[in-house]
Design a protein. Sequence first.
Length: 536
Amino acid sequence: MSSLNEAALINAGLQAELFDRDLVNRLRAHARANRLSLLDALSRELGLPHTAFYLALAQVHGLPYARLDQWTLDLGQAGRLPATLLKRHPMVPLRNRDGELQLAISDPSDQLGIETARRIIGAGTPLAVADPEALAPLLARFAPADARDGTAEEPVALFDRLLRDALLRRASDIHAESVKDGVRIRLRVDGRMIAWGSLLPKALGDGLISRIKVLAGMDIAEARAPQDGSLVYPLGDGEPMEMRVASVPIKFGERLTLRVMKSDPGRQTVDALGMPPFMVERLREALSNPHGIVLVTGPTGSGKSTTLYAVLRELDADTLNILTAEDPVEQVIPGISQVQVGGKVGFADALRSFLRHDPDVILVGEIRDFDTADVALKAATTGHMVLSTLHTNTAVGAITRLSDIGCERFLVGATVHGIIAQRLVRMLCPHCRGRRPASAEERALLQVAPDEACEIGVANGCPRCLGSGYRGRIGLFEALWLDGELAELVANDASERELAQAAGNYWRLGDDARDKVLKAITSLAEVRPYLHLRRQ
């Protein structure tokens, strides 16, 4: 990247208020000392990929940002661009969703290159801004080899860039999928799949897949059977990235999924989860009991493990003997004995063993069967606090689930203190979110009185959220706390409806969803599926 282009990107970031001049000045010496470009130093300090700077550049110039996963390469127009032009001025002619021809460039101030290209493909061709690293795979599809010397990328460098970008985008998973014409890379960010640049050429994509398999200790010669592996990749400027890797053969080659195990311990506190304050207070009351069970329920990917790790961090590991049985151990917490189950040791086996180790608190990663549930319930009756998860849609549904797998209802009522159900939704970006009056249909959905003011949050999009309008996720929670009356109803085989009606303080998912929409924490679109789950 030329110094001129870097200066333009930094200036665009200043104008877009991504950072201030003081930060730039402070990082200059740091960048020199660590042999980094100033742009890289800013990127790492802010936790933003280079894409954010190009979005800022597009915003400053009043141009659209080229969505390379949604726009298509116009090979006819691309073939007309001479190699001498492409070597000095990387650019790609694309068709947007409406079929309009646009010229994707990385430097809108490059008037010489732009005017030369416009004379060839059409005067007045609209411009769009794109990251040059993302343009490289497109250039590889049509530009002569001597025009791509400065943009060619090898699998080793590509993988390093992919991981750095995934880390900065806070991705939880990386997907590499062989398709007919190449390899598609996607990241799961805030629970949503997003494309990472354009389609990789077949040779480069296959090289990337082989590189990952070698690092993960997998057999690169075996492409017709599923494999599992793991790797720890040193990025050189922070903690290594730990990943689980799985491969599976598909029609056009292989598909790899990398689960990023790196977490942010700073967010793993009960107060940071997004629970209403009164729920946090009641949870802490439940945890203060010397025995009993607290359950966290929800579907896969709803954040149950995050909540349980936050709960563990609430406990005093110096004065309590805490043991966990997990599959897998996702976070290492100092002072706690954590057991990886699987193979010869199952959840129930680990629990039985724990009871001979004088535990105060036991965490069971998941109650899947009667054996595990039975040991957990009996541990709770013999003076131990038990924490665990269940796969149910509602908090009250956990009672029925335990009964269905064979647990005695009287034992459930006697041991369960509280059940938390949860989901994850995206948060509106705090830097660009807006507000607007709710429509009549939206007011009815939110059950707002006709004479009550009601504004809801709007996802606008800015460089900080990479144009999505959302940044980060937060939990939606419901909680059922079992007092004496409810415990008696559980023991007497009360139905889910009867339990919900008897629980006067049963905060539902829909209640929390409505509350977070009215506070503009999230958007109505994110929580719409849960609004019917409200107190009747």
